[in-house]
Design a binder for this molecule. Structure first.
Ligand code: CU
Length: 498
């Protein structure tokens, strides 16, 4: 029904327009052609001026209305050091081209009004004018030179690599279908090397774990933290197709090209909290984040910097988005402390681990610290149960009391502990599982405990502070029903006696 009415209206309007046209033609023949030309020319002139005014008002009004979606303005200010420079260049270009835009449009429509056809007026013929040529060549040339020189200067600043001796942190970003993997260096500040030939199901980045620099590297999950004010150099790599490392708020955008590592250096200048606080001033960011929950958090409260992929890299392209948190140095340190070394948690001791048979420096340091903490706790504790410490990294050759080479690290920790607390004396206890004759187990455990005491003795701990005892299989920690439990029961312990 509505369609019919609309159709009817259209037909009616067409008929009316045709009739008006006919009436107009009739009046023209009555008035004479000359008069019609005069009227038309006048009308067209005025309409040109009218259009000019409406058009310019529209231009300025829309520019004002949309100012908050403009890059570098209002809620879209940059959050990095070089970002300000880029935004400024965009602004200068916009202002200069804006002036030209307005002036040429005024000239265009004013001319068509001013020089409309009038009876008796003849056009002037100007074949050439040197002065005009010079002006309209020189002015654009000067303006273009200013823009290009500024642009080059900005390009060189933004694309500059870190200088030698500069303070910065280097991370690695790997793009693949579909996600970004970031690798942070550990305490050494250096990222381990990688080799695509080492890529496996567990080692998806192909990290070379024979390189000690890789041992403490960290691969965080979905959220990436960076300290504010710290220069970051990102090594950018792609594993499969072209991706693009894109941090819109930081004005960082760099292709991730398979087989061709790229990089970008930037310094975040605003923390996530500071940026949220700025967004708070704008009404559009005070709308509810979730329209279905009008009383829920506002948009500014839920704002986060994002890492995206700016290359249409496939079906799951959108899912490459990750959250970036810019925080104070203290908050960053606290976050980083919670991150675990990828190698030590995911690869260490597994079939693929190239260092299976070695004790790594990093482990020696870690174990020394843990042992120091534990013995301190045991010494200070008053309950009997807490006075016993397990020596997890002391091992013997199978069926013998000979200490393995790797046991020396934990034994040295024990020596350090004994020297740190000169007042204590300890009993070293040997324990076995229930495989074999109980009598054999008992003598083996006693011999093993004695080996440990001998080691300590040789390192200068006086015999009066040391006792050794074999318990055989008489004190299991767990029932001897699985290989894991049996391994738990084969152990060496110390008990602090006073
Ligand atoms: Cu991508």
């Amino acid at each position: 029904m509505t369609t019919l009415i609309v159709l009817f209206c259209i037909i009616l309007v067409t008929v009316v327009l045709v009739q008006i046209g006919k009436v107009y033609e009739l009046t023209n023949t009555i008035k004479g052609e000359r008069q019609v030309m005069r009227d038309n020319s006048k009308w067209n002139g005025w309409l040109s001026l009218g259009f000019l005014v409406v058009f310019l008002v529209g231009v300025f009004w829309s520019a004002w209305d949309y100012k908050n979606v403009m890059l570098g303005y209002g809620p879209h200010e940059s959050a990095s050091e070089h970002g300000k420079m880029l935004d400024e260049i965009f602004l200068v270009t916009l202002v200069l081209t804006g002036i030209v835009f307005v002036l040429t449009h005024i000239a265009l429509f004013w001319f068509s009004y001013q020089y409309r056809w009038q009876e008796g007026r003849k056009a002037k013929f100007i074949p050439h004018d040197n002065r005009l040529e010079i002006w309209w060549t020189a002015i654009p040339a000067v303006v273009m030179t200013i823009l290009v020189v500024r642009g080059l200067n900005a390009w060189n600043t933004v694309m500059a690599d870190v200088k030698e001796g500069e303070d910065y942190m280097e991370i690695e970003a790997t793009g693949q279908q579909f996600g970004w993997t970031l690798r942070y260096p550990g305490a050494d500040g250096k990222i381990g090397t990688r080799d695509y030939k080492k890529t496996t199901g567990a080692n998806t980045l192909g990290i070379d774990f024979t390189d000690p620099k890789s041992w403490d590297d960290v691969i965080p999950g979905q959220e990436f933290y960076f300290p504010v004010g710290k220069k970051v150099r990102v090594r950018i790599i792609a594993k499969d197709v072209l991706h693009n490392f894109y941090l819109p708020q930081f004005r960082v955008k760099m292709d991730a090209v398979p087989g061709l590592p790229t990089y970008f250096v930037f310094t975040p200048t605003k923390t996530t909290a500071e940026y949220r606080n700025e967004l708070r001033k704008y009404p559009e960011y005070n709308e509810p984040f979730d329209p279905a929950d009008p009383n829920g958090p506002k948009r500014w409260e839920k704002f986060d910097y994002e890492l995206a992929c700016a290359e249409l890299c496939g079906k799951g392209h959108y899912s490459m988005r990750r959250v970036m948190k810019i925080v104070s140095q203290e908050e960053y340190d606290a976050w980083f402390k919670q991150q675990k070394s990828f190698y030590l948690t995911e690869m260490r001791g597994k079939e693929e681990d190239p260092n299976k048979d070695k004790t790594l420096d990093i482990e020696v340091r870690d174990r020394a610290k843990t042992f120091g903490d534990n013995i301190k706790k045991a010494v200070e504790s008053t309950t009997a149960a807490d006075k016993t410490l397990q020596l997890n990294f002391i091992n013997f050759e199978t069926g013998s009391a000979t200490l393995t080479a790797n046991s020396k690290f934990e034994l040295d920790n024990l020596v350090t502990g004994m020297n740190a607390y000169p007042a204590i004396s300890v009993e070293v206890g040997g324990h076995t599982d229930n495989v074999g004759e109980p009598a054999t187990n008992l003598s083996l455990s006693a011999a093993r405990a004695a080996s440990v005491v001998k080691y300590l003795n040789d390192r200068g701990i006086s015999a009066g502070r040391l006792k050794s005892r074999g318990y055989g299989d008489s004190k299991p920690l767990a029932p001897n029903d699985t290989p894991e439990n049996m391994a738990k029961n084969r152990r060496t312990e110390i008990t602090i006696l006073n």
